[in-house]
Design a binder for this molecule. Structure first.
Ligand code: KIV
Length: 261
């Protein structure tokens, strides 16, 4: 899928589902491009998946800019989204614009940030200034301290209504994509039908226009156990560990490299 967001709108209109992954470096971005994925997210999940932190709050704008450069170099025609980290956009539209400019200069095609109604003005401000925005609602991991953990959202009538209203307001303000995380599948389906822009789901059932997973979860290199909605496609940890063990054994037993020059 191309970087042209009109093609994403077209895919929604035609009911063609899209597959995205997170990526944090050049080799995996190249692999994703050659595997024919539709888009990549340089997510602040890198704080947990790559840096081993307990949440995403410590990730900086410089971290995301650095990893965006690596990913953009390998992504070819894939759309590259980059996350605005915690503390780099919430103060207001001007702060968000400056942070978004840093990531676009690093090679991102669009920025993503978390939040519903309080972020509507910022979405409109950036959209009017030429910055494509993916809004992110539902479980918003940057709010983990307030939420009391990584918990499913949108349970109960009032919470569901609020999320549906947020989705419509963000789309009306100019968001081009909407990421919906960890909400009930019927609510994600309702939001997907109600708004004109493509929705990307994670832990939100099968009715969204696109799906995304954290790369390390897909490959079995992530948290153990992985979140319940993850379908692992590989036991990467076992494969990598076995390769390392074989290497160490061959070196110690003088099987490799050959002793003869
Ligand atoms: O940072 C991230 O990886 C995310 C996921 C929800 C896809 O935002």
């Amino acid at each position: 899928m191309s970087k042209d967001l009109k093609r994403w709108d077209q895919a929604k209109a035609e009911g063609r589902r899209l597959a995205l992954l997170t990526a944090y470096d050049y080799p995996f971005a190249r692999l994703a491009a050659s595997a024919g994925l539709d888009g990549l997210l340089v997510g602040d999940s890198l704080g947990m998946a790559v840096a081993g932190e307990r949440d995403t709050l410590g990730v900086t704008l410089e971290d995301i800019a650095y990893h965006t450069r690596l990913v953009a170099r390998g992504a070819g025609d894939l759309l590259v989204m980059a996350d605005l980290p915690f503390g780099t956009y919430e103060a207001g539209p001007a702060q968000a614009m400056a942070s978004a400019a840093t990531l676009l200069k690093a090679g991102a095609d669009m920025v993503k940030f978390e939040g519903g109604a309080p972020m509507v003005e910022t979405v409109g401000f950036l959209a009017a200034r030429g910055v494509p925005v993916c809004a992110h609602i539902g479980l918003t991991p940057q709010h983990v301290r307030l939420l009391g953990g990584f918990r499913r959202q949108g349970r109960g009538e009032a919470a569901a209504r609020r999320l549906a209203e947020d989705a419509s307001a963000l789309a009306a303000a100019g968001a081009r994509l909407l990421l919906i995380e960890a909400i009930p599948a019927p609510l994600a389906a309702e939001i997907t039908r109600a708004i004109p822009i493509p929705t990307i789901g994670i832990g939100a059932g099968g009715a969204t226009d696109a799906q995304i997973l954290v790369l390390h979860d897909l490959l079995g290199l992530g948290l153990d156990p992985a979140p319940s909605f993850v379908k692992r496609q590989l036991d990467g940890a076992a494969l990598v560990r076995a390769a390392m063990e074989r290497y160490a054994a061959e070196v110690r037993e003088r099987q490799w490299p050959a002793m003869d020059p």
